[in-house]
Design a protein around this ligand. Sequence first.
Ligand code: ATP
Ligand code: MG
Length: 363
Amino acid sequence: MKLNAGGLSSLVVGREKEIEILKSYINFSQHTVIMAPRRYGKTTLANKVLDELKNEYLIVKVDIFQATNIKELCERYLNAIYKSVGIANFLNEVKQSVLSFIDKFSLSYEIEGIKIGYEIFRENDENKFIEKTFNFANTFAKLHKKKMLVFFDEFGDIEKFDQNFIKKIRSYMQTHENIVYLFAGSQTSVINTIFLKKENAFFNFASLMKIGFLDKNEAEKFLKSVRIDGRGFNKKVIESIYDITKFHPFYMIKLMQESFISSLLEKNKTIRVTDVDNALKKILNDNNAFFETTWQQINRKRYKGSIYKQFCQGKTQIKNIDINSSYKSQLIKELKMESLLSDELNPTDPFLGLWLTKRNQNV
Ligand SMILES: Nc1ncnc2c1ncn2[C@@H]1O[C@H](COP(=O)(O)OP(=O)(O)OP(=O)(O)O)[C@@H](O)[C@H]1O
Ligand SMILES: [Mg+2]
């Protein structure tokens, strides 16, 4: 079975409610932004919904993180627009020979679409290139007489481009009656700034959809039924996986994978709680460098680490730290903006807390 943690996941556990909500927004033509810390399954959720809607919409996916500059972003966008009707590597094709490429098509709106795209590709003025590319998406949808669903993944990364660009694209997108825009982003501070600050370009443009860990019942149902090479997860093992991960999607899959591997190495015929313990140790060790760096970043400010640690221990009131309350609130706000604490003040990465506990035991 396919069970990869961190890659493009075709397996989607749970998210029934989220899928329904997202589909409703899209069918209302409501632009939406999926917001959650890293590895909560934003891309997985979006891909699932896009896949379910592929017959009704032209599906266009652009990952902002992959584009190093604005021109490249526009080029990727153009290619993605054509990909929505099955044309791969559009720019490469027309670069080689637009005439022989056009010959492959017979329908007038297809030929029209390629001609417009080719003209855009030859545009030298960067501002016009941006305007034409973004508006082309809407024209393309109109030509194909189909609504378009454009998914900008890692949208927080748009910040690396200048503010003028962001303002510009917002003003074009606002006029697109044939497109529903879906965004995903993980950096709370950036996404908040882009979508929630009154003075910013995307203020009020999209509905916010925050996603959390997997629903407990849905995840348990999945774990009860799943078999990996004939091995299943019994009740105790499932409880242990929940205690450790709280069904954080990435860590749940990772822990399943590593528990299975441990059972193979230990020559256990079934997956046991001891395999889950081994798996936890391995994941903490493998990610040691990542946790160390995150911990160092938190500790750049005095008292921030101690506050974070108390939240990891499940405390709701910060005690035994002799700082004034406004500075304390400021530090908590920062931890939230850095996506380290959720709005409810729970640590967003359950493994960082476990790593800290283990580290303290070793000291
Ligand atoms: N609903 C789900 N069912 C099963 N596995 C999932 C689910 N959601 C996420 N995962 C697992 O978690 C991993 C990370 O998910 P995904 O890449 O969708 O997260 P993300 O929020 O987009 O992360 P990033 O902020 O890093 O882009 C996936 O590779 C997959 O292993
Ligand atoms: Mg993602």
